[in-house]
Design a protein around this ligand. Structure first.
Ligand code: 13P
Length: 254
């Protein structure tokens, strides 16, 4: 059994002072020891959030990384810096980075690799666009992003990688994949991971992301191949995020 991971991706929201206030609240409501909780603040807020969450069971993640130890890369942040800042997880290849900043599978694979090399856990994001979904290309797109993104990862390293399936059409739209739709793609991802890495695939955490909210978390988490969630908008408010963290697995009565 994999340990569920509930992760909040704050994207470009929250100043350091807002993040500090949120972290204090989060600390009060996160009292579970059967699940992992993660927040990924913007870079300027990492230090203050870490200070508040140090010694709790809430992990800190970064939303991005540059795949080099150091160098003349103005505006970028290295894995060494993240490690030193107390970061445990790094989101790699989020669809917003693919779409807005033109990140390719090859570039993303370098990020995944370097994050593992520096002892942190990459969260490799994959997922199809609405157009690809409507053209029936979901499996093809997801498989390519998975195989390319993990091309330099060994059978040992894969145990320290998390995959996030985030259909682009569900991100920030309020329109989530149904738990059944997500489960079908998650099962396909696990099958592909098994082809690539063998039986360890059973233990790899596959998160769902895209309009996760208090209303759908319990049903999503009840699906066998959904091992956690990557939450955008609903991770910015303490009420909704704490409800998501406190999920109960229930199957829909529908
Ligand atoms: P929303 O939860 O706002 O749809 O965002 C999902 C996401 O992109 C998380 O990385």
């Amino acid at each position: 059994m994999t340990r569920p991971l509930i992760a909040g991706n704050w994207k470009m929201y929250k100043t350091p002072s807002e993040a500090e206030e949120f972290a204090l609240e989060l600390k009060k409501v996160t009292t579970y020891n059967d699940r992992d909780v993660l927040v990924c603040p913007p870079f300027p807020a990492l230090a203050c959030v870490r200070k508040i969450l140090d010694g709790t069971n809430i992990y800190i993640g970064a939303q991005n990384v540059y795949p080099a130890k150091e160098g003349a890369y103005t505006g970028e942040v290295s894995p060494v810096m993240l490690k030193d800042a107390g970061v445990h997880y790094v989101i790699c290849g989020h669809s917003e980075r693919r779409q807005i900043f033109g990140e390719t599978d090859d570039f993303i694979s370098k990020k995944v690799k370097i994050v593992v090399e520096y002892g942190m856990i990459p969260i490799l994001c994959i997922g199809e666009t609405l157009q690809q979904n409507e053209a029936g290309e979901t499996f093809k797109v997801v498989e390519q992003q998975l195989r390319e993104g993990l091309k330099d990862i060994s059978g040992v390293e894969i145990t320290n990688v998390v995959i996030a399936y985030e259909p682009v059409w569900a991100i920030g739209t309020g329109k989530n994949a149904t738990p059944q739709q997500a489960q079908i793609v998650h099962a396909f991802i696990r099958k592909t991971l098994k082809e690539m890495f063998g039986d360890v695939a059973a233990d790899i955490r596959i998160l769902y992301g895209g309009s996760v909210k208090p209303e759908n978390i319990d049903e999503l988490m009840a699906e066998i191949d959904i091992n956690g969630v990557l939450v955008g908008g609903a991770s910015l408010k303490i009420d909704s995020f704490s409800r998501i963290i406190g999920f109960n697995k229930v199957r829909s009565l529908m």
